[in-house]
Design a protein around this ligand. Structure first.
Ligand code: PMP
Length: 397
C-alpha cells in the first residue's frame, strides 16, 4: 500500500554534517579507475602482496572448526587470543604491553574517529604534522578542533616546535615511520626528545604506524609506545601487511582510555567482525608475517627504486623529492610558482594521476607539492608516467 501523494524529504543536515567534505583522494580515485590511466594517486597497497590462498584457508578452517563462535556477536574490545598475540609482539624487554591495553577496531581509520570522539571538544587544540595524513584531518575535523600545525624537515617532525606550541593541547597526532604523505621517517634521536616533550607537557601522543613494518633495510625503528606506554596511544593496522579489505586494526592505550574508547565503539558498531578477527589470528599465529612482510618490503623497495631513478632522469633540476626508506609514498616539491592542482588537470588529460599536496595541510597549504604512490604501477608504466609528468613540469618552468 503506497501513499497517494508520496512526498520526498527536504534534508536538513546537522551543522556538523554540513561541514563534512569528500576526500579529494576519493574524488581523484573515481577518475583513475580507467585502465588507461597511470595512477600514482591511490594509497592502495599492491594486490600482488595479498595472501589470498592463506586467507581463504583460514576463513575455511575457522568456519568449519569454530563456526558458531565466529558467526556470533563478540566482545567490544576484540577477540582475546588476537589481542594477546598483538600485546606480545609489541612488548619489549623493558616495556610490557598487556592484552587489556588493546582494542581491535574496524580499520585504524575507525580508531582515528573514536579517538576524536573521546578526546576532542569543539575548539580543542590538536597538534598535527605539516603535512599530515588527510584521513586523520578528516576524522578529527568532525569534532571541530583547532588544528595546530607542527613543522617538519627531512628528519620528520621537529620536537622543538611541539615544545613551543603544545601547551594545553589535547593531543599530538604523529606518523613516525614512512609518513603518509611525505614518506619521511622520524630520526631515532628525535623520537626520545619528542616522547619526553609530550610527557613534560602532559599531552597524549598518538603514534599512527600502518607502514612501520615496511622498512626496506634493517629492522623497524623503536616505537614511541615503548618509550612511554603511559603517554602514547599506538595505532596498528593489518591493511598494509595483509589486506585492507578485511578492515582490521587496533589501538594500544592505557587502560582508562581503552575503557572510554570501548564505550564509544559500542555506540559505533558494537564490535569488529568476529569472523575476520578469528581468521586473521589463524593466519598470523604461527609467524606467517615474519615470512610475508619481507616479501612486501623487497617488492616495494624495488618499485621505489624504479620511480626514484625515473624522477632523476626525467624531472627538471629545480624539482626536489623525498627518498623514503620504507612505505609507499614519495613527496615532490615543485618550484613555488607551479600549482600542482593545475598540473594534475594537465596530467589527467594525458592519463597520468597523482594527489596534489594541498589537502594534506591543516592550514596554509603549499600548493607546489604533490604525493606519488609507487606500489601499484608496473615498472614500465612508472617510467612512462614519470616521463610524461617530467615533460609537463618542464613546460611550466
Ligand atoms: N593511517 C594512515 C597514516 C594511513 O595511511 C591509513 C590508510 N591509508 C590509515 C591510517 C587507515 O588505515 P586502515 O586501513 O587500517 O583503516
Amino acid at each position: 500500500m503506497k501513499l497517494e501523494n508520496p512526498t520526498p524529504i527536504d534534508w536538513k543536515f546537522s551543522v556538523r554534517a554540513e561541514q563534512l567534505q569528500s576526500s579529494v583522494i576519493r574524488e581523484i580515485l573515481k577518475v583513475t579507475q580507467r585502465p588507461e590511466v597511470i595512477s600514482f594517486a591511490g594509497g592502495l597497497p599492491s594486490p600482488e602482496t595479498f595472501p589470498v590462498e592463506r586467507m581463504r584457508a583460514a576463513f575455511d578452517k575457522v568456519l568449519s572448526e569454530n563456526g558458531k563462535t565466529a558467526l556470533q556477536y563478540g566482545p567490544t574490545d576484540g577477540y582475546t587470543p588476537l589481542r594477546a598475540f598483538i600485546a606480545d609482539s609489541l612488548s619489549t624487554s623493558d616495556s610490557q604491553i598487556l592484552p587489556e591495553q588493546i582494542m581491535m577496531v574496524s580499520g585504524s581509520q575507525q580508531g582515528l574517529d573514536l579517538l576524536g570522539k573521546v578526546l576532542i571538544d569543539e575548539g580543542s587544540n590538536i597538534m598535527v604534522e605539516t603535512p599530515s595524513y588527510l584521513g586523520a584531518l578528516q576524522a578529527f575535523s568532525v569534532y571541530q578542533p583547532k588544528f595546530v600545525s607542527i613543522e617538519m624537515d627531512e628528519h620528520g617532525l621537529i620536537p622543538a616546535s611541539v615544545a613551543a606550541k603544545g601547551e594545553g593541547a589535547r593531543l599530538l597526532y604523529a606518523l613516525p615511520n614512512f609518513q603518509n604523505p611525505t614518506g619521511r621517517t622520524l630520526s631515532v634521536e628525535r623520537r626520545y626528545e619528542l616522547v619526553e616533550t609530550c610527557a613534560r607537557l602532559r599531552v597524549p601522543l598518538i603514534e599512527d604506524n600502518p607502514y612501520g613494518d615496511l622498512c626496506y633495510r634493517g629492522e623497524p625503528l623503536p616505537k614511541l609506545l615503548n618509550m612511554n606506554p603511559g603517554g602514547v596511544i599506538y595505532m596498528g593496522s593489518f591493511s598494509k601487511v595483509l589486506t585492507p579489505g578485511i578492515r582490521l586494526g587496533y589501538i594500544v592505550a592505557p587502560i582508562p582510555l581503552i575503557r572510554k574508547l570501548e564505550q564509544a565503539k559500542q555506540a559505533a558498531d558494537l564490535h569488529t567482525s568476529t569472523l575476520t578477527q578469528m581468521a586473521v589470528y589463524e593466519v598470523i599465529k604461527d609467524g606467517f608475517l615474519s615470512e610475508h612482510i619481507p616479501t612486501i618490503r623487497s617488492f616495494y623497495s624495488g618499485q621505489c627504486d624504479v620511480m626514484l631513478a625515473a624522477m632523476k632522469k626525467y624531472f627538471p633540476e629545480s624539482v626536489s623529492w623525498t627518498r623514503p626508506e620504507g612505505g609507499m609514498f614519495i613527496w615532490v616539491t615543485l618550484p613555488k610558482h607551479i600549482d600542482s592542482k593545475q598540473l594534475l588537470d594537465a596530467a589527467l588529460a594525458e592519463n597520468v594521476a597523482f594527489v596534489p599536496g594541498a589537502p594534506f595541510y591543516a592550514d596554509n597549504p603549499e600548493t607546489n607539492t604533490l604525493r606519488l604512490s609507487f606500489v601499484t604501477v608496473s615498472p614500465e608504466r612508472i617510467n612512462e608516467g614519470i616521463q610524461k609528468l617530467g615533460r609537463l613540469i618542464q613546460a611550466r618552468m
